[in-house]
Design a protein around this ligand. Structure first.
Ligand SMILES: [Zn+2]
Length: 135
């Protein structure tokens, strides 16, 4: 076996980490633009679906979208025009980071703090993984 073949073999044996949770059906925002604002009408339904507080999701979205947001009449209002795909991208990043188990991709996880670090613990398979993103 020459060097290039060895390299190829080594690459093939690497675990594939991308898109391994693609079977999980990601929530999608529903909303519309009103003037210079973007209104999301189903943020509390999404929060229920993924068992995370809506204000935690909002903090993440605000930072990722660099846009202030607030709740009004059970809706989420952002202070500028955003497309739903921009918001969904960030929402999916949130779900991947804070909700889905790194091991089995189930959403039955809890966030814990251990030794000052944020840990995502899976109730389905028991895997604990550190959450590296900060809010
Ligand atoms: Zn798991």
């Amino acid at each position: 076996m020459n060097y290039e073949e060895m390299l190829k073999k080594a690459k093939e044996s690497l675990p594939k980490v991308q898109n391994k949770c693609e079977r999980f059906e990601m929530p999608k925002v529903k909303g519309h633009v009103e003037g210079n604002r973007t209104i999301i009408i189903n943020i509390f339904a999404i929060a229920d679906q993924i068992s995370r507080p809506a204000d935690h999701i909002l903090k993440f979205l605000q930072r990722e979208l660099a846009t202030p947001g607030f709740f009004q009449d059970k809706r989420l209002v952002f202070g500028r025009k955003l497309t739903s795909s921009m918001i969904n991208d960030k929402l999916h990043k949130y779900v991947q980071t804070f909700v889905l188990c790194d091991q089995c991709c189930k959403p039955d996880t809890k966030l814990l703090e251990e030794e000052g670090k944020l840990i995502k613990k899976c109730m389905a398979c028991g895997t604990k993984s550190p959450v590296l993103a900060k809010i």
